[in-house]
Design a protein around this ligand. Sequence first.
Ligand code: SF4
Length: 274
Amino acid sequence: MSDSGERARVEEIPDRIKDVWGPRTPVARGGEWPVRVDVQLAEGLTESDVDRWVQSACVLCSNGCGCDIAVKDGRMVGVRGREIDAVNHGRLGPKGLYASWQGVSNPDRLTRPLVREGGKLVEASWDEAMGRIVERSKALLEERGPLSHGFYTSGQLFLEEYYALAMIGKAGIGTPHMDGNTRLCTATAAQAMKESFGADGQPGSYEDIEHCDAIFLFGHNMAETNTVLWARVLDRLAGPQPPLVVCVDPRLTPVAKAADVHLAVRPGTNLPLM
Ligand code: SF4
């Protein structure tokens, strides 16, 4: 991205939970999406108080906005969108601004296991917590056999960890009840993308938003699921020669409300429509 674009700096963010997409920086068709650097720091701190910035990316949705993490006295104290990042041009959404670092540095974060005693959660050692899991699992296996156990697994493990999990569940305990959250999210999308477009990523470039004449959103509530990408669309809609937005969704989402055409399909009619 060149340095010539219009710039805005949004350090005084009033409440980006209410103002999800932040202020508009309109862009005309064929123009360059302006930079708008969103910054959120711990109360009372300014950017000059920060010891160092560590390059990172927000991973709280598939947009992957580039950000710098603010570090002071060895702790995370905030976050700032990277203005040179091709995805977000400096912007961050509410999750990136607040959830990406406040949760990690929150003193309420659990650091010890909790076990239930008479209906109340109390602190325990790791040995005690693991001991309880082993004891209960052994009792269930003895009483009811392998089908007493089921696994609902994460989509965030590495190959070796999935292998170990399969060995424990299927070869060790012997249960067929193993399911991963990938079946409900990314894997289905990736497979559909491969069948439709030959690759398991977005078929277009985000920069197409600055050039297109129409945006078709099929069941994609981008306004709430990829907030920074939706800000990019809003900036086109706020500029000259805005694209037409067509929303296919049975729900009255923020996308449907902003669209020129809202096709509120009934269940089972989306394929005939396509
Ligand atoms: S849109 Fe929001 S949640 Fe998604 S990567 Fe960007 S800042 Fe994070």
